[in-house]
Design a protein around this ligand. Structure first.
Ligand code: HEC
Ligand code: HEC
Ligand code: HEC
Ligand code: HEC
Ligand code: HEC
Ligand code: HEC
Length: 454
């Protein structure tokens, strides 16, 4: 086809129209997403779109203000409800007394942002309630397919012997007709032995190959011992990291608060959950069932809002568990080493229940578009060894670069800060470490057996 100027202008025009349409769609989606995010971040602790909680259901709120007061007052209310109440607005005052004078915290949002939240709320449809899913690691599919091959193999053997038997009988019938002597009926093992002897070469080579396969499979199985990647036990409460650390954006250290101070990261006590769940008694996917378990553990009665004083701790199942002969310290890695949780635990913001990440998971963090928009960066070290094995620790110690000066400055008086400072003073050793421009954990003694083994 000849490319004429009219063709170009036509293509250009349609491209223009298409991109405008696309960008309109895109904008709509961006607003809807913003609305949801703003709602989750600022309002979800007290409001639900469609049900009353600490505050009223927000669906229809705009219309209620238009009918009873004004839209302008609604915007003002969200930014500073106390001021609207003080101004004497009758709807605001009736609302306030209806909700037991619980005051709404002032929300620092623009009209556009409030519009986005309310748009999200109006469009909200509750998801269908689902039972918490079985959190067992994905086995099964592989096993069932290997079963399939075993059955097929068994059937083949039966077919071969049946065909062999029929052949023998046909042979005898024709011998009888020819007046020859009928051969004695051979036993199955006997006929197999004869067949194997007749095909010695083939049988020899194939049993040799079979032996090798079994040996290699056995060795690979042995190497899997002590590798726990993807382990994901079922937990007593359907707590979700995706919801709390992801959507609600709660900092890991809010719940795993000892991670910067001690060897252990720690699992939060029920009191930490109650900081929010005293007010939040219902979840979007599990309703009241799962959160009731928190109340049972805390000895809390949500109808009277009182504690009975009888607590029974939640029995979380430990996911990560290094053997007793290994010493691992969180604060050493998070504070001194300056590592983010994602370096070893991957993107927990996408997980429901915690699981042991595979090294592929760790390598994939920050490589997808979704991760990049969420601000996740790629991990500095790419792994080839399974996580939580000794090879994994060593691989990272061999390849992590340490900013000695920075670390010494950040933790001046700590045990490691002092070690780093001493190294900075010892110019000769420091320079020898720096020959390849980087100081690795290995150079600081991170490969010494006694550092990791008691
Ligand atoms: C700390 C809890 C809390 C937070 C957070 C909160 N609200 Fe409220 N909100 C309330 C309470 C309680 C009321 C009921 C009136 C009262 O007692 O002050 C209310 C009332 C309202 C009303 C009036 C509803 C009606 O039926 O007319 C609107 C609109 C509203 N909130 C919007 C928001 C928005 C939007 C956000 C987030 C940007 C938000 N609120 C965050 C507690 C909260
Ligand atoms: C609202 C509290 C809360 C927040 C926020 C939170 N967690 Fe957790 N975390 C828990 C609870 C409860 C468990 C135990 C249940 C489980 O294993 O899923 C847990 C378990 C874990 C485990 C496994 C523990 C084990 O037994 O080995 C890891 C790893 C973990 N969290 C990492 C993170 C990271 C990384 C973040 C931040 C992105 C984070 N958590 C944010 C509450 C929280
Ligand atoms: C900083 C506040 C905060 C903390 C701390 C917190 N939660 Fe939540 N949690 C929420 C909010 C808000 C929701 C409701 C989200 C929704 O609409 O589903 C929720 C929902 C839930 C749900 C229901 C999920 C669903 O969709 O059905 C469970 C179960 C839950 N939380 C367990 C826990 C446990 C266990 C802890 C303590 C380890 C905890 N939460 C700590 C804020 C918190
Ligand atoms: C250098 C790798 C590394 C980093 C970085 C790291 N962890 Fe861990 N984490 C581990 C290992 C290894 C274990 C298993 C420890 C054990 O079994 O003794 C673990 C266990 C845990 C546990 C189970 C409870 C415990 O204390 O043993 C939680 C919870 C946890 N990590 C949360 C976090 C959080 C939150 C961060 C970020 C602030 C983080 N981790 C950073 C490697 C790491
Ligand atoms: C993601 C990388 C990474 C992984 C994985 C990792 N480490 Fe480390 N480790 C570091 C860094 C970085 C430091 C250096 C802290 C500093 O500046 O002294 C360190 C330091 C240490 C030290 C102190 C070394 C010294 O010189 O005193 C010990 C002990 C240690 N790690 C044990 C472990 C064990 C055990 C594992 C495996 C279960 C492990 N580490 C996995 C990055 C890692
Ligand atoms: C950076 C930390 C680290 C250093 C340094 C280290 N190990 Fe280990 N080692 C581990 C971890 C973690 C395990 C547990 C692996 C597992 O459970 O699969 C382990 C396991 C072992 C085991 C048990 C066998 C096994 O696979 O479970 C032996 C033996 C061992 N190490 C010997 C040594 C010797 C000898 C050295 C010094 C040359 C050394 N380790 C240095 C972290 C380390």
């Amino acid at each position: 086809m000849k490319i004429t100027s009219s063709f170009i202008s036509k293509t250009f025009k349609s491209f223009f129209v298409v991109s405008i349409v696309l960008s309109m769609g895109y904008n709509d989606r961006a607003i809807a997403q913003d609305g949801e995010k703003l709602f989750q971040q600022n309002c979800a602790s007290c409001h639900k779109p469609d049900k009353d909680m600490t505050g009223p259901a927000l669906k229809g709120a705009r219309q209620r203000w238009i009918d009873n007061s004004s839209e302008e007052n609604m915007y003002n209310w969200v930014r500073n409800s106390a001021a609207v109440i003080a101004s004497g607005d009758s709807y605001a005052n009736s609302l306030f007394s209806k909700w037991n004078k619980a005051s709404m915290t002032a929300q620092n949002l623009t009209n556009e942002q409030i519009d986005a939240v309310l748009e999200y709320v109006e469009a909200y449809t509750p998801p269908v309630a689902v039972q918490p899913t079985e959190n067992v690691a994905e086995v099964g599919t592989e096993e069932s397919s290997s079963w399939f091959w075993w059955v097929i193999g068994g059937l083949m053997i039966v077919v071969i012997f049946t065909v062999g038997g029929i052949k023998g009988q046909l042979n005898n019938i024709s011998r009888e007709q020819d007046g020859q002597q009928v051969l004695p009926q051979e036993s199955i093992t006997g006929s197999f032995r004869r067949w194997a002897w007749d095909n010695r070469g083939f049988v020899g080579v194939s049993s040799f190959i079979l032996m090798i396969i079994l040996l290699v499979a056995g060795m690979l199985d042995l190497m899997e011992i002590g590798v726990y990647e993807n382990y994901k036990p079922e937990q007593p409460i359907a707590y979700s990291h995706e919801l709390h650390a992801g959507k609600l954006g709660i900092d890991c250290k809010y719940c795993h608060s000892s991670v910067t101070k001690s060897k252990h990261a720690g699992i939060p006590s029920v009191n930490v959950c109650m900081n929010c769940h005293k007010a939040v008694s219902e979840g979007t996917t599990t309703g009241t069932a799962e959160i009731q378990k928190i109340y049972d553990a805390a000895g809390f009665d949500p109808t009277t809002m009182t504690y009975s004083g009888v607590e029974k701790p939640i029995k979380w199942v430990k996911v990560h568990n290094l053997p007793d002969h290994v010493y691992f310290n969180h604060s050493q890695h998070v504070v001194v080493g300056g590592l983010d949780c994602q370096a070893c635990h991957g993107n927990m913001r996408k997980e429901t229940v915690a699981r042991i990440m595979t090294s592929a998971d760790l390598n994939a963090v920050g490589t997808t578009e979704a991760d990049k928009t969420a601000g996740l960066q790629e991990n500095a070290v790419k792994f080839t060894r399974p996580t939580l094995t000794m090879g994994w620790c060593i691989e990272c110690h061999n390849n992590s670069k340490i900013d000695i000066a920075g670390a010494a400055q950040n933790n001046p008086d700590s045990y490691y800060g002092v070690i780093h400072e001493r190294l900075l003073m010892d110019k000769r050793t420091y320079q020898s470490y720096l020959e390849d421009d980087v100081v690795t954990v290995a150079e600081l003694g991170g490969l010494e057996c006694a550092k990791c083994h008691y």
